[in-house]
Write a protein that binds this ligand. Structure first.
Ligand SMILES: [Zn+2]
Length: 393
């Protein structure tokens, strides 16, 4: 049974699986994309009370959506220009190179600024538009079905909670938290991690999703989803769509070695950018890694997210504009973790309220003063974890 009640300017949607909050029913009702996933972004009533004064009003949300949609058009235009230059149009090497740079930037911006919002149902209140935007993940090589399940369920619900947050479980490659066992080669992880980060999209395309599809069911955080034939068709279809635009069409027009080199250059840039920006929010010195029995849901959510999530400030206006366009909201991860169903284009305004609240209550509002500071902090975190005590000791 689904019931709605008003809490000041909020409409709260209570369902059998828990509580989902919305600014208004029309804008935040569960969409086609989130059918069956309505509980993934659940926030319980005490959490609504603790964060509601940070949230934008209806007019603020409408304005943020308009900005987000304009940004999506600009990303599509950058991608189309890049694709024309690198694949379809003039074959001059410099224009080809310019095209590669544009495609790489557009892919990062599409992942952070369209795909991420859409898979949280934050891109649009229109079901069809949100669904279309969500499959940008598939076009980039990652299953949107799997992303919603894994990212929304484990990472957002259990940020930096050992054994529950999938994002910090990168064994046997990296030791990101001190509950994980040590291995001799982790002493070099602060050096080789940056190389591994270049393979994120290749892993999406060939390894992670197919490995999970081999099971009949997938379970995350106590929620089980059946892997049906339609699921397999959707995931494989997404991979084929990616291979079509990124490899098949270019191979019809260019030499194979040009296509492979261009594909890998874009894949490495996109992978490195996404991996690093995600790591800077949670796997850094400032953020806490917490044991699995830590109270972190319900009324503890606000405090928990403030302990485990770090924002990134830009050094100047130009860098700020570039980071905002490229990393869409991932530089405001605190606000994203407090309000994942809101478009990322409202996080900057929202951050003023959260920061003020932290000042008034004495809570820490964690930020890297620049991208460089964040990178150095992640480097030091990797080194500290490498030297840590074995969890089994
Ligand atoms: Zn998210």
């Amino acid at each position: 049974m689904v019931t709605y009640f008003f809490l000041n300017n909020l409409v709260v949607n209570l369902d059998a699986a828990g509580t989902v909050w919305h600014v208004n029913q029309a804008a935040y009702a569960p969409t086609e994309v989130t059918r069956g996933y309505a509980s993934l972004d659940n926030i319980a009533e005490p959490e609504i009370r603790s964060i509601r004064h940070f949230l934008p009003d209806k007019a603020g949300v409408r304005k943020a959506r308009r900005t987000l949609h304009a940004k999506a058009i600009s990303i599509a235009a950058v991608f189309a220009t890049g694709y024309y230059l690198a694949v379809i149009g003039n074959r001059h090497p410099l224009l080809h190179l310019a095209g590669i740079v544009l495609i790489a930037h557009a892919c990062v911006a599409a992942a952070t600024g369209i795909m991420h919002d859409a898979n949280h149902s934050a891109f649009s209140k229109n079901k069809g538009l949100n669904k279309a935007a969500a499959v940008v993940a598939d076009a980039l090589g990652a299953s949107s079905w799997m992303w919603r399940f894994q990212h929304n369920l484990t990472h957002h619900r259990h940020t930096n909670v050992q054994t529950l947050d999938d994002d910090i479980e990168q064994m046997p490659f990296l030791r990101l938290s001190d509950h994980q066992e040590t291995r001799w080669y982790f002493r070099y992880q602060h050096i080789y991690a940056w190389f591994l980060y270049c393979f994120l999209t290749v892993k999406w395309l060939f390894v992670g999703d197919f490995g999970k599809l081999a099971s009949k069911t997938i379970t995350y955080d106590g929620v089980t989803r059946e892997v049906r034939t339609s699921t397999v068709v959707g995931v494989v279809g997404g991979k084929l769509a990616h291979a079509s635009w990124a490899l098949a069409i270019p191979l019809l027009l260019h030499s194979w070695y040009i296509v492979i080199a261009s594909y890998l250059a874009i894949a490495f840039f996109v992978s490195f950018s996404l991996s690093v920006v995600f790591q800077l929010a949670h796997c850094v010195e400032e953020a806490q890694m917490l044991p699995s029995d830590t109270e972190h849901g319900g009324a503890h959510t606000l405090n928990h997210q403030l302990k485990t999530t770090v924002n990134i400030e830009s050094g100047n206006k130009v860098a700020g504009w570039y980071m905002g366009w490229m990393y869409g909201g991932l530089d405001n991860q605190i606000e994203h973790h407090l309000a994942p169903r809101f478009p990322h284009t409202c996080y900057k305004d929202m951050s003023n309220n959260v920061r003020k609240y932290c000042q008034e209550t004495g809570l820490k509002y964690l930020t890297h003063k620049s991208l460089t500071q964040g990178v150095l902090s992640h480097y030091r975190h990797l080194r500290t974890m490498a030297l840590g005590v074995s969890a089994s000791a």
